[in-house]
Design a protein around this ligand. Sequence first.
Ligand code: ADP
Ligand code: MG
Length: 308
Amino acid sequence: MAKQPAVSVQHVSKAFGSLQALSDVSFDIPQGEFFGLLGPNGAGKSTLISALAGLLQADSGQLSILGADVSRDYREARKNIGVVPQELVMDPFFSVRETLAFQSGYFGLRNNDAWIDELLEQLNLSDKADTNMRKLSGGMKRRVLIAQALVHKPPVLVLDEPTAGVDVELRQTLWRFVRRLHQSGHTIVLTTHYLEEAEELCDRIAIIDQGQMIALETKDDLLARGLGSKLLIRAAHDITAVPESLMPKVTRQEGRELELVFNREKDSMMDILDGLRGAANHIEFVSVLEDRLEDVFVRLTANNEAQR
Ligand code: ADP
Ligand code: MG
C-alpha cells in the first residue's frame, strides 16, 4: 500500500458570508515533503491552515493529516500536526516554560521537560525560559510559538508566514531550524509571501489566489514552465512605435530599452527582432533574462485576475 499522504486536502470550500475564501481546493502533500503555499494577501492561506488545524470548519470537502480526518478524528489529526499561527497570540501572564508546559498538558504529556529543554536550546530561548511572555520581543515570541507548535512532536509542521516582519538574523535562524526538522523527516508546510524563501526552501509549491489554486508544481517546473523568460532589447536610439502584434508581450518600455515576455518553446527571437526592425533601429544588445519565482508568481496571479 502506498504511504498515507502527510496532508490531504480534497475539494475544500469555505465562504465568509458572500466572500468565497476557498473554492474547491485540492492537493496532497506526501510525507517528508517541504511544501510551499504561496499567495498574495487575502488569498485564503490562513483560512486553509485554520481548517487543517481544526480551528475552523470548511463548508465542504475533506481534510486529513496522516489519514486522520480533521473533524471526524479530531484528536488524532491534532496530534499529527503542529501549527505556528500567523498572529502572535499568547497568554502574557505566563513564562516561556509555563506556556510550553501547559501546551504539553493539553496533549496529555506530563513529563515533557527534556523535550521542552531541547526546544528552548535549539531555538536559542534557554535564557528566556523564566521570562514572562509579555516581556519578550516579537521575534522571541515567534520562536516560542514555534516551540509551542512542536511540543507534542508532531510529524507535520505548518508555519503560517513565520518570517513576516522578523529581522534577517532571526529569519536565518528559523530557516536553519526548519531545515533541520525537514532533514530529520518532518513534513513541512510553509506559507510565505517572501518568494525567495519558497525558492530557497520548498520542493513543491502551490499558488493560491482569491481562494483558488492556480498552480501546483515542483519549484523547478514552476520556474521552467513555458511561462518563459524575458527578453531585454537595447537599441542605439529610443524605441518608438512597437508593432501592435508585440504589444501584449511588452513588460517594460523605457527609452532605448524594451523588455518582453519570451517563451522559449513558442517564440522565435528572430521573429521578434524582425518585428521590431522599424521601431528600434540599430539593436545593440539582446539578452534573455531568466525568470525568478517572483516573475512567475506575478504573471500567474495577474492572469488569474484577468480571467475574472
Ligand atoms: P491569507 O492568509 O492568504 O492572507 P486569509 O485566509 O487570512 O488570507 O483570508 C482570506 C479571505 O477571507 C480574506 O478576504 C479575509 O478578509 C477573509 N477572512 C478571513 N477570515 C475571516 C473571518 N473570520 N471572517 C470574515 N472574513 C474572513
Ligand atoms: Mg494569512
